[in-house]
Structures are given as structure tokens and as C-alpha cells.
Design a protein around this ligand. Structure first.
Ligand code: PMP
Length: 402
């Protein structure tokens, strides 16, 4: 018998958290590392949200277990917020409040997928999806996109990957790690195709408020109402309100899905921390001025980053239209000599960049597509420019392959 179960031993460490931890450790040791690894806003949580949590922590009701699916007032506010922001109508009883968006992701797969069921996932994909899918015993089928399409999958690609065992499509727009945002007509086409084949759609909408230029978020659940009770929405407060540490997310689905998912959560974690739920209540009931301000800063940094990346020979970065990541191809640099080494993979190149330029970024291996880097632009402007300058200087030294 194994010491660690095969199921759990097969889980890979979160590569994004690992890069962030390594950068923080080097920084603590006095190295001037600039981290592009973390997927979190660099802003503090807005004051009115923190104050709501402070007030809640003094209430004895908040010191006790509360209903597993969430505080009734929060479920109601999430239903109202979803109607306001996505135009999607759900009753409060269709909302399950989870410990961060991550638990909503895990719960959705665990609730819907049986061993052997296939789920279509557009690659590059966020690093948590495959582990959560594997834990459900399901089979992830990748639909691979690249920089030439701006990392957008077409209906034809999805159809080519569909089999009689396909149960669901995971849809994420804006997407992590690419920042891709699907245009409305493509959201409709994909949703209708999924409906035509009786597929479930799990839609990760955590970056809904972070879009730039003319790009707009469109909830597939709203624009393709035919999906009906085969749609599950995943969301949370982390990215919109700079609340990554509070751990509040949610799942919205049909009553039977939410009932089953609540049963799972009742054994796994019970209710989410009440004080954090009170903070989330203040966040989702308030206006969007905090995220508007953050978005302006992100947009400025985004434009700087894309320009500086594309100025590096061998680097190709399509313009990200959402979230706070750029996802350049570095394939043009692989196999070239650089500081006495010859990195053959993006993982090796990222390790060399950390050592030689003291810049931390996540290699594409973490997102199912080697040959790329993910850089978050949720960091201060000065650090951003300094980090990209160092990166550019180093990579410009790469010698042409012979
Ligand atoms: N979905 C996506 C696409 C994400 O990038 C993240 C955070 N990295 C989450 C869900 C989960 O966020 P959290 O658990 O912090 O709410």
C-alpha cells in the first residue's frame, strides 16, 4: 500500500503559487526580485469592506456556525449582483457561497463529473482546472489555441474534440492565463453549439469586471438562455475587490446542482467564515468604483507591458483584453545560447530569467502550453517597467540558434 493515496499523490503543486513563493523567498533573502507571478491585485481591500468585516466580528451571531450554503443576506445580494452585472436571473437559493472561487471550481467538477466523463478545456488553461477535474476522476480534453487566434477557440475546434463521452465545456472569458476575451458573437456560437449537443457549460466569470478597450464581458449563461439548467456560473470577490485573502467565492446553478454541491460542502468545510461573508456582502452590495479605479491602473500597465514585451526579439505577445495577464510566446528564444546555457523549454528559460535577471514569471508548462510565459501586470508601475527592462536586456543577449 502507498503512504499517500494515488489520487492525492497525483496532484501537482500550484505552479503559480510556487513561483510566487520562490520569488518571495529570494526577496526575503535580500535579492531584488521582481515578481510577475502572482495572480492578485496589488491594491488593499477598500476601506468600507474592511469596516463591514470589523463590525461583523463583534456580532455574536457571526461567532457561530451559519447555514452551509451561505448567509441568506449574502446569497440574496449575490443573486442581485449577478442580475445587475451579467443580466442573469437566479434566485438566492441557487447560490452556494464557497471558500474562494477555487472551491467553487472544485465543487462544480466534483458535483457534475463522473469517472470517465470528458470535459472540454481550452488551453492555455488556468492551472487549477486539471487537478480538480482529475480528482473527480474525469478526463480533460484540451482544445489548444495559440497566439495567432488571440487564444480563442472556435466552434470547429470544439466540435473536433467532442466525443459521445463529452459531458461539459469549461468556458472562461476573460481568461487566465491569456487575458483572452471572447467577442459576443463567438460566445453565442459556442453556447448554442453546447446546447445543441446537450453539453453542460461551466463558466468561470471571476474576471468579469476586468476588460479593456472595446472588449466587454458577456455571460454565456445570459446570452444563451437555451442552456437553461445545464449552466453553472463560478465567481468570487477576489479579483474585483482586491479580496484574494478573504476567500469568498460562489457557484450558481440549478436547484438540484446546488443542493448536491451543498451536501458536499456540508461535510468538507461547512459555512465560509462569517466575517469574510460580511465583507463580501459589503463588496457585492456596493458600487463598482473601486474596480473602476483598479481597472484604469491595470489598463495603463497592460499597454506598457505589451509594448515592452513585443520590443524583445523572439517574443510575440498578442494584446490581452481582460484579466491582468499577458501571455507572450517565447518559442523564438528556445534553443538559443544565453549566458552560457541553452534553455530548450520555457520552464528552463523562466528558471534562467529568475537567476540572471531576478525576474519571476510563470512558464507556459503550468497552463498546458509550453513555449510561453505568463506575466501578471497587477504590480506597481515602477517595478513593472524595471522588471520588463531587466527581462528585455537579458533576452536580447540570446544568440541565434545554429
Ligand atoms: N478562476 C480563475 C480563472 C482564477 O484565475 C482564479 C484565481 N487565480 C480563481 C478562479 C479563483 O480565485 P479565488 O479562489 O482566489 O477566489
Amino acid at each position: 500500500m502507498e503512504r499517500i493515496s494515488r489520487r492525492i499523490a497525483a496532484i501537482a503543486e500550484s505552479a503559480t503559487l510556487a513561483v510566487d513563493a520562490k520569488a518571495k523567498a529570494l526577496k526575503a533573502a535580500g535579492r531584488p526580485v521582481i515578481g510577475f507571478g502572482a495572480g492578485e491585485p496589488d491594491f488593499p481591500t477598500p476601506e468600507y469592506i474592511v469596516e463591514a468585516a470589523q463590525a461583523a466580528s463583534a456580532q455574536p451571531r457571526m461567532h457561530k456556525y451559519s447555514p452551509t450554503p451561505g448567509l441568506p443576506e449574502l446569497r440574496e445580494a449575490i443573486a442581485a449582483k449577478t442580475l445587475r452585472d451579467s443580466g442573469y436571473q437566479a434566485s438566492p437559493s441557487q447560490v452556494l457561497v464557497t471558500n474562494g472561487g477555487k472551491q467553487a471550481v472544485y465543487t462544480a467538477f466534483a458535483t457534475l463529473l463522473d469517472p470517465g466523463d470528458e470535459i472540454l478545456v481550452v488551453a492555455p488553461y488556468w492551472t487549477t482546472y486539471p487537478e480538480a477535474i482529475k480528482l473527480a476522476g474525469a478526463v480533460q480534453v484540451d482544445v489548444v489555441t495559440d497566439e495567432h487566434s488571440g487564444y480563442l477557440a472556435t466552434v470547429e475546434q470544439l466540435e473536433a474534440a467532442r466525443t459521445p463521452r463529452t459531458k461539459a465545456l469549461l468556458f472562461a472569458s476573460p481568461a487566465n492565463p491569456t487575458g483572452a476575451v471572447y467577442p459576443p458573437e463567438q460566445v453565442v456560437a459556442i453556447g448554442r453549439w453546447a446546447d445543441e449537443h446537450g453539453l453542460w457549460v461551466i463558466t468561470d466569470e471571476i474576471y468579469e469586471h476586468l476588460t479593456y478597450g472595446n472588449a466587454k464581458f458577456n455571460s454565456i449563461a445570459t446570452v444563451v438562455p437555451e442552456l437553461g439548467d445545464r449552466v453553472v456560473i463560478l465567481n468570487g470577490v477576489a479579483k474585483t475587490y482586491a479580496m484574494t485573502g478573504w476567500r469568498v467565492g460562489w457557484l450558481i446553478g440549478a436547484p438540484d446542482v446546488v443542493a448536491a454541491a451543498t451536501n458536499l460542502q456540508s461535510h468538507l468545510t461547512s459555512n465560509v467564515c462569517n466575517v469574510a461573508q460580511a465583507a463580501a456582502l459589503a463588496a457585492v452590495s456596493g458600487d463598482l468604483s473601486a474596480v473602476d479605479q483598479m481597472r484604469q491602473a491595470f489598463d495603463r500597465r497592460r499597454r506598457t507591458m505589451v509594448t515592452m514585451l513585443n520590443d524583445i526579439p523572439g517574443v510575440v505577445c498578442p494584446e490581452p483584453l481582460g484579466a491582468f495577464y499577458a501571455y507572450p510566446s517565447v518559442k523564438g528564444l528556445l534553443g538559443r545560447e544565453l549566458r552560457g546555457r541553452r534553455p530548450e523549454t520555457s520552464a528552463e528559460l523562466a528558471a534562467l530569467v529568475l537567476e540572471e535577471a531576478e525576474v519571476a514569471l510563470v512558464p507556459g508548462e503550468a497552463f498546458g502550453t509550453p513555449g510561453y510565459f505568463r506575466l501578471s501586470y497587477a504590480l506597481g508601475d515602477t517595478d513593472l517597467v524595471e522588471g520588463l527592462t531587466r527581462l528585455g536586456k537579458l533576452l536580447t543577449e540570446a544568440q541565434p540558434a545554429h
